[in-house]
Design a protein around this ligand. Structure first.
Ligand SMILES: C[S@@+](CC[C@H](N)C(=O)[O-])C[C@H]1O[C@@H](n2cnc3c(N)ncnc32)[C@H](O)[C@@H]1O
Length: 309
């Protein structure tokens, strides 16, 4: 296995928000290479790390072995975080982190099927289970594919790309990710090719989100937060995509909303006392220094809430 190198994003900010301390139990729901978990453990917290990627788990276990019983890595989908902890005999925790999306090694290893520049299998599964990219491309129709590309990839040429991809798949012309990238690039007029990124970037992002049901997993995780956290516990989410950030923002707004009365009511009649308080008023973004050292941090947005009771 090649070395697992992933630069953690907004690391200092995550530590400040989650306030790891002696005795506290935190769940890192997207363990990856264990970068964030390392910082939390170094400050004395106990950490349960979840990831559905066995390679990430192996890398994090090796890196964090010196923390002994303070660290545990478990293969799980974070949509089932609460059930996974319950099966280990663990109740509500003092903090939860979700650093969404893929890790650098997942993107860089061509054999995982995320690469448009090097040929790899039509896979894109982070956890190696469920429907592959190849299965998905055969199953969904052109209309649904165009919707996925438009919605998850914000791709302006979603329809011509969907048409070209479906045709090429049906003719058996898409043998690997590089061939797929060529079909996508050819479906976009040359003058409209983005200058800084590969023309297939947005489509590949959309397909990755669909293959891994990333938005479904996030929605389930957000819904489970009240049961996952102990009173005083905090949840922090780093998202890299506007759809994800919107979901987080809206859920956090609903959890922390004080009054649900109609705006034209002169005084509050609902008397609602929210169970959560905001920790971040606005999304926290990476500093210029971090972005220049790690360009992946450019689109990162960190939001957090605290459970009150
Ligand atoms: C951005 S990386 C995390 C990097 C990590 N915070 C670090 O500092 O090294 C995201 C990780 O989340 C995992 N992941 C994504 N969706 C998941 C899900 N629904 N359940 C479990 N793990 C997931 C991926 O396999 C990947 O390893």
């Amino acid at each position: 296995m090649s070395e697992f190198v992933h630069e953690s994003v907004l690391a200092r900010e995550v530590v400040e928000i989650l306030r790891p301390g002696a005795g506290g139990l935190l769940v890192d729901c997207t363990l990856g290479g264990g970068g964030h978990a390392l910082l939390l453990l170094e400050r004395g917290a106990r950490v349960i790390g979840l990831d559905k990627d066995p390679r990430a788990l192996a890398a994090a276990r090796a890196r964090l072995a010196r923390f002994g019983e303070a660290f545990r890595a478990v293969r799980a989908d974070f949509r089932d975080a609460k059930e996974t902890l319950a099966a280990l005999g663990i109740g509500p925790v003092d903090g939860a982190l979700a650093d969404l999306g893929v890790s650098s090694p997942q993107l860089d290893e061509a054999e995982r099927g995320f690469s448009f520049s090097r040929p790899g299998p039509l896979d894109m599964r982070m956890g190696g289970e469920g429907e592959t990219l190849g299965d998905l491309l055969r199953r969904i129709d052109e209309r649904e594919l165009a919707r996925v590309l438009k919605e998850y990839g914000e791709e302006s040429f979603a329809r011509p790309i969907a048409r070209a991809v479906k045709r090429a798949v049906e003719r058996g012309e898409v043998k690997d990710t590089a061939a797929l990238a060529q079909v996508i690039a050819a479906a976009i007029p040359r003058r409209a090719w983005p200058r800084k990124i590969h023309p297939a970037t947005r489509t590949f992002q959309a397909l990755r989100i669909a293959v891994n049901d990333e938005l479904g997993a996030l929605a389930a995780w957000l819904d489970g937060l009240p049961a996952l956290l102990a009173p005083g516990g905090r949840a922090a989410v780093i998202s890299f995509h506007s759809l994800e950030d919107r979901m987080v923002k809206e859920k956090f707004r609903a959890l922390t909303q004080v009054c649900t009365c109609p705006p034209d009511l002169p005084v509050c009649a609902c008397g609602r006392k929210p169970a959560f308080a905001p920790v971040t008023r606005k999304a926290v973004v990476a500093s210029e220094a971090e972005v220049s050292a790690n360009p992946r941090a450019r689109s990162a947005k960190l939001r957090a809430v605290e459970k009150l009771r």
